[in-house]
Design a protein around this ligand. Structure first.
Ligand code: CAA
Length: 687
């Protein structure tokens, strides 16, 4: 017998066993529709005297991605997930969850409320709520420790990590692994439950022992590792409540969950979750991709080595071996971090070819130029590539600032030329700006997007301007930091304030890492075009001229020993003081909030101009650039998300007050005034 409830859940009976199949694409998210359907299906089977056991399962790609993240922050609609799960746990008939693919968040919580859990060998389970600024709020923090013990549950819940099937079995989350089709495995487990071969358990009836040592160690670890985040510590509090009687523990867990649900951390992290997936909405989406089998990278410097996995071309023969070693080291790193399998590592090494013969690019379907940042060198190279490369090959430049239209004009096939701006270290950073020039063909754009997604990276469409999306914003953020430094804040104070806001590194530590000489070369290139009324800070140039190139030189803003920051560089501090004296500036004090407000406002103002100028398609694309390429704190959501939180009125007031000191730098973007007049948010522009 088969019956469908709202077509998103299918009920079926197999003798004395009732089956509930979840069938709500794309990910079986447990929004109100699916919750209601499961609840009704369960009640139907529970009230059926012919049914003695109930199986929950799915035959799609995976069991379920958990709660519907789109519902977060909206009013709860009954039946809530805790209500549905309570009925499952209280069922007189054994309820079995047969899991495959993934069961995350609310989906694992649903399985934990069942009386038995069986899992396919490739299954991954997890309670990733902390990654969304939440904690498991449907009983997961109470029921998981009842199966695994407190210490393991703390680890799983506070990290939000995936748990593979084998570990889930070993730790008591699963009762059995299977290789059979999931429906058969569910039926077989239900039969075994009825015969007593498997022993069904009501999770809520189990008890958890206290483990003060584990809780204390976790608290110290979380405070040290993630001081800016609230959710992991609240999650710890929720798990520790599992030692209370179940009803008290559930109530405590739900209260902590609701507190986090209302917070900015949750809103920022959910925004980041969707930003990662939103950047593919491009006009070229329906164009047919070209086939890319062989990729050549030209340039064996840091960038080229980071990008390269197949054919690497380095013009200077003497540098080939160093470049090869660099790629081999990166692949080795990926292997040891578990990002590459043994076979994948061996295959990548087997594919790798390093040469100084440019003509080899003739074999490539995609050529990525990653030579030094010089327009003459790049146009000359593209002129040669035009001659050597096969017809239909995509010619990409990894430039971070230069005019891709000019580079494309050096060829007779500008439709095949595109910018693919990777971020250093390119084998780690997830962002790739895809710079679409005036004549770039739609298939070329679609191919670039598909390839970048295949690499597991986040592609963001940009059009040509100096610095595209990310570096344009970075330039203004850096200027705000440099002005603060001249006006009286120390670089250590500025770094500390922004690190407290959530950046992994403040702007001066980042400069040291990236190399002061690299940034100086970019500034030198732009000197002629700099407006005469622009305030210019000489400090970075002077520090660089003193040989302090940053971490690689052992000194920059800070001093380094064997690559580790040890102290602020007194030499750099003296240069700052001398420059202030020379300019007749009396240093002022800035508190942390003001440092953050100025840097963030400068960043937001430029981000708004990037949107206003049509460089980015949507505000959420700008946020994705900052989150995945520039270390913007994920829980802050990105500059456009912050702009919505602060609101246009306050931002305009702030910019206007700073403008009394420097009207050239602090200007209100027209789009921000429009948003204020129309009462709209940047989120509205994402639709
Ligand atoms: N709710 C709503 N939409 C979701 C979703 C969810 N839980 N999980 C994924 N989606 C959406 C994605 O946004 C995407 O939508 P678009 O196609 O419109 O962009 C679509 O489903 C497919 O997702 P992916 O592109 O990520 O697909 P994938 O196959 O690469 O990965 C996945 C699938 C492993 C399930 C991954 O999507 C994932 O990890 N999802 C999040 C899981 C999660 O964090 N769950 C916990 C939620 S919190 C909770 O459940 C507890 C609670 O009660 C509050």
């Amino acid at each position: 017998m088969k019956d469908k409830i709202e077509a998103i859940v299918e009920i079926e009976t197999e003798g004395e066993i009732g089956l509930i199949r979840l069938a709500k694409p794309p990910v079986n998210a447990l929004g109100v529709a699916l919750r209601t359907a499961v609840y009704e299906a369960y009640n139907t089977l529970s009230n059926d005297p012919g049914i003695r056991a109930i199986v929950l399962y799915d035959e799609g790609r995976f069991f379920s991605a958990g709660a519907d993240i789109n519902d977060f922050g909206k009013a709860d609609i009954e039946p809530t997930l805790p209500q549905v799960l309570k009925s499952l746990n209280n069922s007189k008939k054994p309820v079995i969850a047969a899991l495959h693919g993934v069961a995350f968040g609310g989906a694992l919580e649903m399985a934990l409320a069942c009386h038995l859990r069986v899992g396919a060998t490739g299954l991954r389970v997890g309670l990733p709520e902390v990654k969304l600024g939440l904690l498991p709020g449907a009983g997961g923090a109470q029921r998981l420790p009842r199966l695994t013990g407190l210490a393991r549950a703390i680890d799983i819940i506070c990290s939000g990590r995936d748990v593979p099937a084998k570990e889930a079995l070993a730790t008591g989350i699963l009762d059995r692994l299977f290789d059979a089709p999931v429906r058969d495995a569910g039926i077989s487990a239900a039969r075994d439950a009825l015969t007593g071969t498997l022993e069904p358990k009501r999770t809520d009836a189990l008890v958890v022992s206290e483990d003060p040592g584990a809780a204390k160690a976790a608290r110290i670890g979380l405070q040290a590792k993630r001081p800016a985040l609230r959710a992991p510590l609240k999650a710890l509090e929720a798990v520790c409540s599992a030692t209370l009687p179940i009803e008290q523990g559930l109530a405590k867990e739900r209260a902590l969950f609701m507190e986090l649900m209302a917070g900015e951390e949750r809103a920022g992290l959910v925004h980041a979750f969707f930003a990662e997936r939103a950047t593919g909405r491009i006009p070229e989406r329906d164009a047919e991709s070209r086939t890319i089998k062989k990729v050549a990278v030209i340039g064996g410097g840091t960038m080229g080595v980071g990008i390269a996995t197949t054919l690497l071309i380095e013009a200077q023969a003497a540098r080939i071996e160093t470049a090869r070693n660099g790629v081999v080291a990166n692949l080795g790193g990926a292997l040891s971090r578990g990002k590459l399998s043994d076979e994948g590592h061996a295959a990548a090494l087997g594919r790798l070819e390093c040469t100084d013969v440019l003509e080899k690019v003739a074999e490539a379907d995609l050529v990525i130029e990653a030579i030094f940042e010089d327009i003459t060198a790049k146009t000359m190279l593209f002129n040669k590539l035009d001659v050597v490369c096969k017809s239909g090959a995509i010619l990409a430049t990894n430039t971070s600032y230069l005019d891709v239209n000019e580079i494309a004009a050096a060829t007779n096939r500008p439709e095949d030329v595109i910018g693919l701006h990777f971020f250093s270290p390119a084998h780690v950073m997830r962002l790739v700006e895809i710079v679409v020039a005036k004549k770039t063909a739609p298939e070329c754009v679609a191919t670039a997007f598909a390839l970048v997604c295949k690499l597991g990276k986040v592609p963001v469409r940009a059009v040509v301007c100096d610095g595209f999306i990310g570096n344009r914003i970075l330039t203004q953020y850096r200027r705000a930091a440099d002005y603060l430094l001249l006006d009286g804040a120390s670089f250590t104070e500025i770094d500390a304030a922004l690190e407290e806001f959530g950046f992994a590194m403040g702007p001066f530590s980042v400069s040291d890492l990236a190399g002061l000489d690299i940034a100086k070369a970019t500034r030198d290139r732009k000197t002629a075009a700099r407006p005469s009324d622009e305030r210019y800070s000489n400090v970075a140039d002077l520090i660089c001229d003193a040989g302090c190139f940053g971490r690689k030189a052992g000194q920059g803003y800070y001093l380094y020993e064997t690559g580790k920051k040890v102290a602020p560089n007194p030499g750099a501090e003296r240069i700052v003081e001398a420059e202030r004296r020379k300019l007749g500036l009396t240093p002022r004090t800035f508190d942390r909030d003001e440092i953050v407000a100025r840097c963030l406002t400068a960043m937001i103002a430029e981000a708004v101009r990037v949107q206003q100028d049509g460089i980015a398609l949507h505000p959420v694309d700008i946020d994705a650039v900052e989150l995945f390429g520039y270390g913007f704190p994920r829980h802050r959501g990105g500059p456009m998300h912050q702009a919505d939180l602060i609101g246009p009125t306050k931002l305009i007031r702030q910019i206007e007050s700073y403008a009394t000191e420097d009207p050239q730098f602090w200007q209100v973007p027209a789009l921000l005034r429009d948003m204020q007049c129309e009462g709209r948010s940047f989120a509205d522009l994402n639709d």
